[in-house]
Design a protein around this ligand. Structure first.
Ligand SMILES: [Ca+2]
Ligand SMILES: [Ca+2]
Ligand SMILES: [Ca+2]
Length: 214
């Protein structure tokens, strides 16, 4: 039996003893039976039980929250500890990356990443962007496709894997310019004057590309 229940049980026993004593006293003083008045001790006991019920509910909710939080953190740790899958040699946080050696147009690059179990890389923050840019610079190749496009709604770039709005940008100066009214696909362009920042490019251009998994 838990401690609060023991306390309630003790209160109940005490209440019954007091109530019994009060009733005996009442009978001896009035003789025959009369209408019973509320016993203050029992009113206090009911209030105590109600308070304990509330406290128990609060504690159960708290335990459920802690369990959920613990489960989320454990899942994140397990994900972080997992090695990158074959074909994805680079890691940043809990994501893994593959930088292609071949060049494909945007649609085929997207398909190539899906066939590798991932998607064209989606850059959500400055740290991830800088991580990928350093490999792009090391290689020195002209450009790499990321998974963004404004093909469906000119000027509104989304991640094409799920049409999620892009919230972090690293556009090169004067980009995106939709040059020739025909630039809808997102790339990291290494060479000057782009300096490894982002550019929009015609989607038929063949580029190297970066796949991301997780
Ligand atoms: Ca990402
Ligand atoms: Ca465009
Ligand atoms: Ca452009």
């Amino acid at each position: 039996m838990t401690r609060p229940l023991v306390l309630v049980a003790l209160l109940l026993v005490g209440c019954l003893l007091v109530t019994s004593a009060q009733r005996k006293k009442g009978k001896s003083s009035s003789g025959s039976g009369s209408a019973e008045s509320p016993v203050p001790c029992c009113v206090a006991l009911e209030a105590a039980v109600a308070a304990l019920d509330n406290r128990t509910s609060d504690l159960e909710a708290c335990v459920a929250d802690v369990k959920t939080d613990f489960g989320d953190r454990l899942a994140a740790l397990e994900m972080f500890a997992m090695p990158c899958p074959d074909g994805y040699p680079l890691r940043y946080g809990d994501s893994c990356y593959y930088i292609s050696a071949d060049k494909l147009n945007f649609a085929n690059a997207k398909q190539a990443c899906v066939l590798k179990g991932g998607k064209l890389a989606e850059v959500e923050c400055e740290g991830e962007n800088e991580f990928l840019k350093q490999f792009a610079r090391l290689d020195g190749t002209t450009a790499y496709y990321l998974g963004g496009s404004d093909e469906d709604d000119e000027g509104t770039f989304v991640w094409v894997s799920d049409n999620r709005a892009i919230t972090f940008f690293d556009w090169s100066p004067r980009q995106p310019d939709n040059n020739g009214n025909n630039e809808d696909c997102l790339e990291i362009r290494v060479v000057s004057p782009f300096n490894s920042q982002w550019n929009d490019i015609p989607c038929f251009i063949k580029n190297r590309y970066i796949c991301e998994i997780r």
